[in-house]
Design a protein around this ligand. Structure first.
Ligand code: GRF
Length: 208
């Protein structure tokens, strides 16, 4: 079920550990009017993540997350932070931590992730290298809702790229990333328009 915030416009938190190019794509989509959400917070477990600089540059509030070794405590402090910023929706964008199940059970909104493969193939780390190693002819990216597993939640959108026999990891990653930058704002946009309907594992996109 989709949780709708009190206000019309969803307040989005983006969690990112690194470069933040997907965050950049989301911020661009918001500023161009293609994505009707407010990026109300960017948080990172890495104080020096370039993603935080991007957020500051866009005038978005940033927070560096304390990551206690106790995963439950991490989930609790993240919940409190999201409450403080009145966050409705969370988008993971290169966030290198697994959210504890207790957090997912307690957070009243939805959590999105983007993954650089066609799930359920090649979950986890180094998805592009896994795909090359396996010898697939196409790969791509997936936006999905987050559940307790690693990259196992209900799939919202996928996009496909060809894999060239000459590709190395960098080259394939770049090709996939260009697609990610379109797909993530698009999926969030469908959510903002209340067009995503979850039915078990299936996510239906309403056309009305
Ligand atoms: C992307 O490839 C994303 O699919 C994966 O981590 C990478 C993050 O890149 N989950 P960026 O930080 O958004 O540039």
């Amino acid at each position: 079920m989709i949780t709708v915030g009190d206000a019309d416009r969803f307040r989005l938190a983006v969690l990112a550990s690194g470069r933040g190019s997907n965050l950049g794509a989301i911020l661009d989509a918001v500023s161009s009017g293609d994505l009707d959400m407010e990026v109300a917070l960017v948080a990172s477990d890495q104080g020096d993540a370039p993603a935080l600089e991007r957020a500051r540059g866009a005038g978005v509030a940033v927070q560096v997350l304390e990551v206690p070794s106790d995963r439950h405590a991490f989930g609790e402090s993240l919940l409190r932070l999201l409450e403080a910023y009145r966050i409705d929706v969370v988008a993971l964008a290169g966030f290198m931590r697994i959210l504890p199940a207790s957090f997912l059970a307690a957070f009243p909104g939805d959590v999105f992730n983007i993954h650089p493969s066609l799930l359920p193939a090649f979950p986890g780390l180094d998805a592009q290298a896994q795909a090359l190693e396996y010898g697939v002819k196409v790969s791509g990216c997936t936006v999905h809702f987050v559940d307790e597993g690693v990259d196992t939640g209900p799939i919202i959108l996928q996009a496909v790229v060809p894999v060239d026999p000459e590709d190395d990891v960098d080259c394939l990653s770049r090709r996939i990333l260009r697609l990610e930058h379109r797909l993530y704002p698009q999926a969030l946009g469908l959510y903002a328009e209340r067009r995503l309907q979850r039915q078990g594992r299936r996510v239906r996109i309403r056309n009305d």
